[in-house]
Design a protein around this ligand. Structure first.
Ligand code: UDP
Length: 325
């Protein structure tokens, strides 16, 4: 039997990273999951520890990254990804997107591996074009609270393209829009775990601003499928991956109230600075190049996600919370 293809997944203990580890072990790869566990949780991948085809390295990728032997693919998913996290750890956020990415590109070059980096809709900032397609350059405030994440990710795209054009490295760039599903952190400040957590604790749901800002939520299984297809494609320019089904945050709160059957109501809090007004991916490129589009409706995906959160312990549910205000 030929040796298994080896893939390094950074951010392995995070929300997206853990789902990718699962998928690639199922696809017959040998997976090395790497994480420094600052925002990730070992519990997210513990169910894979018994597999011979899964290894976990506790490592900070802003330091030199060593992987013994052959390596065929790298998925770079290490980064804090919610505003509350990158406000708390701004320097690490900048370092993992810049120094961390540089180390992984160096590793990819040394091993002749193909690398896919997780970029984000945040590269479009508070967009002046709607929906956002890959040709749009964005509207980012570099010195605002989101600047540490947005600019790290923009640098990440730039250095990835430079390795592609200068070193002829095989690179892929996924621009990931809001994604949700099981294993999101309950207290990371993101709107979906925030609302579901509030409903489960019997608290009011906190809408920031007047709730007219929009987001478009993609279920994690759809996103993972898009990542796999992009990795196996031969397309080096950025590709948007997300669900174009756009909704206002007020409507979203209503959906969560209905889904959870909570007796609580929505209350209004100040809008955080530089919170994008609207966000919806134009996925024409992904459709054309990858033959990909999301399949899971929000109502289906939300049910699965709610069932996951319902199973959490009371201790997890009431763990220290974070609030913008
Ligand atoms: N949001 C909210 N209440 C919360 C948490 C977030 O109204 O308890 C809003 C937030 O201001 C933003 C939207 O929901 O407009 C999505 O926030 P999230 O942090 O999930 O993602 P991002 O802003 O990065 O898209």
């Amino acid at each position: 039997m030929p040796a298994k293809k080896k893939i390094l997944i950074t951010g392995a203990a995070g929300f997206l990273g853990s789902h990718l580890c699962e998928r690639f072990t199922k696809e017959g790869f040998h997976v090395i999951g790497m994480d420094n566990l600052i925002t990730g949780d070992r519990k997210n991948v513990e169910h894979l520890f018994h597999l011979e085809t899964f290894e976990f390295f506790h490592h900070d990728i802003t330091k030199f990254v060593h992987v013994p032997g052959d390596l065929h693919y790298i998925l770079h998913f290490a980064s804090p990804a919610s505003p509350i996290d990158y406000l708390k750890i701004p320097i690490q956020t900048l370092k993992v997107g810049s120094l961390g990415t540089h180390n992984l590109l160096g590793l990819a070059k040394a091993k002749n591996a193909r690398i896919l980096v997780a970029s984000t809709s945040e590269v479009y900032g508070d967009p002046l074009v709607h929906p956002q397609n890959e040709e749009y350059w964005g509207n980012v405030n570099p010195v605002g609270p989101r600047g540490v994440y947005d600019e790290a990710k923009r640098f990440q795209e730039a250095i990835t393209m430079a390795y592609h054009t200068y070193h002829k490295l095989e690179t892929r760039i996924a621009r990931i829009f809001n994604t949700y599903g099981p294993r999101m952190r309950l207290n990371d400040g993101r709107v979906l775990p925030a609302f579901i957590g509030q409903a489960l604790r019997g608290e009011d749901l906190t809408i920031f601003g007047d709730g007219s800002q929009t987001r478009s939520f993609c279920f994690v299984d759809d996103l993972v499928e898009g990542i796999c297809r992009l990795l196996m494609s031969d397309y080096a320019l950025p590709v948007n991956l997300g669900n174009p089904d756009e909704i206002t945050i007020s409507q979203f709160a209503e959906e969560i109230i209905k889904l959870t059957g909570t007796k609580q109501k929505a209350i209004y809090k100040p809008l955080p600075q530089d919170d994008p007004r609207q966000r919806q991916p134009d996925i024409s490129r992904a459709k054309k190049i990858l033959g990909w589009e999301p399949r899971v409706s929000r109502s289906e995906g939300l049910k699965i996600t709610y069932n996951y959160f319902k199973e959490l312990s009371r201790e997890d549910l009431f763990k220290k919370e974070h609030r913008f205000s």
